[in-house]
Design a protein. Structure first.
Length: 287
């Protein structure tokens, strides 16, 4: 029974990690850009939820769509007026661009919001669901459900809509997509904006479960990258699977070996997976 509790705790943690990684995976898969500013966008999404709750009294769960819209718009502007100018440059240039952008956003947040940790509470905070000796924190459980829902909706959008097909076509063959009339600049802007919306949702979910400060997004950039590599870079379903596996491994390691080793063991698993399957669990080898 105790093992089952740890397994469930890992799944709930993995839901947060999956929400973090989905936007990161989308941007890399379509644009071939490793977005080091992803954690800063997550932090901004968390702050949107915090201030709406603090100043206006909006329920944090209801603020998630608002956070997504805000970071969607910011992501669109960032791509169109910054990243778009270096999108065809070597990957190192976009790497440095997003790194500099992350530093800028964090520094501005420090000046406007201070370095204090922020968190929100809801009527459900601390309320557990007891079932057959298993304890399920309600907020964590809802977080997992929302993460799964957002991932599923994004997958349906890419697979079943005309715009989603245009995004997928751009990732598969850029020149062919341009020849059939797809406007590549608009696709890239929309892709980055959707990745931003996913980051905003992740930030809102994170601040429901943990505290956040302006520098707190850096950890989630690392988590997003590791989870995407584990599941398969560029794969939306891989981000979900990688997040859940990473969360379970961390939870089990903390329970049976000790909290001091949970990250070492989880990252060790990443190394083993890459040795056995370099493209990740659900990734596809490309030439």
């Amino acid at each position: 029974m105790q093992i089952l509790q740890f397994l469930i705790d890992g799944l709930l943690l993995g839901g947060v990690y999956a929400a973090v990684a989905v936007g990161f995976a989308l941007v890399f898969g379509i644009m071939n850009v490793i977005n080091l500013a992803h954690g800063a966008l997550i932090m901004l999404g968390a702050y949107v939820t915090f201030w709406l709750w603090k100043l206006v009294g909006i329920d944090p769960f209801l603020s998630i769509p608002i956070s997504m819209v805000c970071i969607f718009c910011l992501g669109w502007l960032i791509q169109r007026f910054l990243i778009n100018y270096v999108i065809r440059a070597p990957m190192l240039i976009t790497f440095l661009m997003t790194f500099g952008l992350e530093l800028l956003i964090v520094d501005l947040a420090l000046n406007f919001f201070s370095a204090d940790n922020r968190s929100v509470t809801t009527p459900l905070s601390g309320a557990p669901i007891q079932f057959a000796g298993i304890t399920l924190p309600v907020v964590h459980f809802i977080t997992l459900g929302i993460a799964l829902l957002l991932t599923g909706l994004l997958g349906l959008f890419l697979a079943r809509t005309r715009t989603g097909n245009a995004i997928r076509a751009t990732s598969m063959d850029l020149d062919a997509a341009r020849l059939v009339g797809i406007k590549i600049g608009q696709v890239y802007a929309l892709t980055f904006a959707i990745g931003g919306a996913a980051a905003g949702a992740a930030g809102s979910l994170i601040i429901l479960n943990y505290s956040m400060n302006p520098g707190g997004g850096e950890f989630y950039t690392l988590i997003g990258f590791v989870v995407c590599v584990l599941g398969g870079l560029g794969s939306i379903s891989g981000a979900l699977v990688g997040g859940l596996i990473f969360g379970i491994v961390q939870s089990m390691s903390q329970a049976f070996i000790g909290p001091a080793f949970q990250n070492a063991i989880a990252f060790g698993l990443l190394v083993v997976i890459l040795l056995l399957r370099p493209s990740g669990i659900l990734g596809k080898a490309t030439a």
